[in-house]
Design a protein around this ligand. Structure first.
Ligand SMILES: [Zn+2]
Ligand SMILES: [Zn+2]
Length: 532
């Protein structure tokens, strides 16, 4: 190479200078008319620029600009594709997908170029849509004079507009500006303060690949695809891509609430209704994709689990079909009406009555099978457990050795509680929990006195005790209260009978107990002698 091929005025590249921008700056410093002249010296064309051609000529370029080849290699590190050309290497030696690199790009921040005097390499990163310093959109045409940003120019600044009339309008939202600063810190080692944006700590501390992978994945899932390489993001139109980056920015700032909104929106697009929430229907792909790539984007995987946890607490969740949560049909949280009816052995109307009465929890909800009435499995299991013990009023009366009328009296007095009845929950019949009836019997059995009545003939059955004082208002509930309160002793009467027929009271004790009550409480004017 002739000495005359080398440029007279030399300048070291800036640490984050773009390779093409550097050549333009060298062109300007040497007062050449066009950058192509420098490129041609190295045997490079400005049309159909291919990264590999440029990498191959780095040695030539280094000689022309009078810099060590290592300097230029450092500027162009990510142009070197690896393996099957699917990856590029950053200066930090990290490898990223080549789909994340946009090269060559003529998009610049007009203000940066004026202010710093060189073109940053950050614009070569696909997801960088705005300048992290100024918030201005990266553009390839001046919005004021309309001049296009060409590679083959003589000056770093394509025009003088921003110098003349001051800063161009900023157009990035706060969230987008935050994301751009994050990418700049990861990609270029800048130290923008990210604390106002409240990114996930794991994202803030992680490498560039986690950030880029997360953005790729979140853009791709909008298209119902899983992709961390930026390939899917490359296929969409610019408007779509730009809107996606905005969505992702809003999802990543204000962690994790921004992300929750992002996932909410994702579910809404997949037809999520008000009440039910099908993990598999709305998030199945996102869930399995994230799970598969959890080691690459750990903060995102964690965020999705937080979201699901939150959903479990606040909405109806159906687990059916979920790749990891599903252990079989038994694990469903919600049962469709037809399954619940079968499981409970009830009809449709009865099921709705049970929901209305509060025994079952459920309602209409959108599921992956469309709108349907569902009840929670938990409430079905719980009611099924109760239903096993339900017995009718006749059975209860027989167990207690009393008439149906007496049973009503005991219910009325609160001695016995029914589970279902026409008055309580519009059930067509009365049903009691056998366990509570058995418990009542046991309770009184334990109160049976160990002593005998002083004369066997003095023991009378509860039934005859009540009929003896019935006119004076003695009832089963009254006498049971007295026994429970230890005012009156209970004796064994007929062990072969059932329920209340087993027990009796002492006639004398009854007279003195009820006589007192009758005199003092019920009817003070009546003489106790008249009671007998
Ligand atoms: Zn800027
Ligand atoms: Zn201009």
């Amino acid at each position: 190479m002739e000495f005359s091929d080398r440029l007279v005025i030399r300048s070291k590249p800036y640490p984050n200078e773009s390779l093409i921008g550097y050549l333009i700056r060298i062109t300007e410093l040497n007062h050449y008319d066009e950058m192509s002249w420098v490129a041609h010296l190295a045997g490079l064309q400005l049309s159909g620029m291919r990264p590999n051609d440029w990498v191959a000529k780095l040695g030539e370029l280094a000689k022309i600009v009078g810099q060590p080849v290592s300097e230029l290699r450092s500027l162009a590190s990510y142009l070197v594709t690896e393996g099957n050309h699917s990856h590029s290497t950053l200066r930090s030696d990290e490898t990223i997908s080549r789909f994340l690199i946009r090269w060559p790009t003529s998009k610049i921040c007009f203000q940066c170029v004026d202010e710093f005097g060189y073109v940053s390499t950050l614009a070569d990163l696909k997801f960088v849509t705005h300048c992290p310093h100024h918030g201005a959109r990266l553009i390839d045409q001046c919005p004021k004079c309309g001049i296009s940003v060409r590679f083959n120019r003589a000056k770093v600044s394509p025009c003088n507009c921003s110098k003349v009339v001051g800063p161009l309008p900023s157009s990035a939202s706060e969230a987008r500006l935050g994301l751009m600063k994050l990418l700049s810190n990861k990609f270029q080692g800048t130290e923008f303060d990210l604390s106002p944006y409240c990114f996930s700590a794991a994202l803030g501390n992680g490498g560039p690949n986690q950030a880029l992978g997360a953005i790729s994945l979140m853009i791709a899932i909008g298209d119902n695809q899983i992709d961390l390489s930026g390939k899917v993001a490359n296929r969409v139109s610019f408007e779509e891509f730009d809107a996606s980056v905005e969505r992702v920015a809003n999802a990543l700032v204000g962690w994790p609430n921004g992300f929750f909104k992002f996932v909410d929106e994702l579910c809404r697009q997949r037809g999520k209704g008000q009440r039910a929430f099908s993990l598999s229907g709305y998030l199945g792909k996102f869930y399995s994709g994230l799970q598969q790539h959890a080691d690459q984007v750990p903060f995102l995987w964690e965020g999705l689990q937080l979201y699901i946890e939150r959903s479990l607490k606040t909405t109806i969740v159906t687990k059916r079909g979920n790749p990891t949560l599903l252990k079989g049909k038994e694990d469903r949280w919600f049962l469709p009406r037809v399954v619940a009816c079968r499981r409970l052995g009830v009809g449709r109307n009865e099921l709705h009555r049970l929901v209305w009465a509060g025994y079952l929890e459920g309602g209409y909800g959108a599921t992956s099978y469309g709108e349907m009435f569902c009840v929670t499995r938990e409430s079905v299991d719980k009611y099924r457990g109760l239903k096993k013990h339900l017995i009718g009023r006749r059975e209860v009366a027989r167990m207690l050795g009393i008439s149906i009328g007496t049973l009503y009296g005991l219910v009325e007095a609160g001695c016995i509680q029914e589970v279902h009845s026409p008055r309580k929950d519009r059930c067509r019949d009365w049903y009691f929990d056998m366990r509570s009836i058995t418990e009542l019997v046991t309770q009184f059995e334990n109160l049976v006195s160990k002593k005998k009545t002083h004369q066997a003939s003095d023991a009378i059955s509860l039934k005859s005790a009540i009929s003896r004082y019935n006119k004076q208002g003695l009832s089963y509930s009254r006498i049971l209260d007295g026994i429970r309160n230890k005012e009156l002793r209970l004796y064994r009467f007929d062990n072969s009978s059932m329920g209340f027929l087993r027990w009796g009271v002492d006639a004398d004790e009854l007279r003195s107990w009820y006589g007192q009550i009758y005199v003092t409480e019920l009817s003070p004017s009546t003489c106790p002698e008249q009671l007998g």
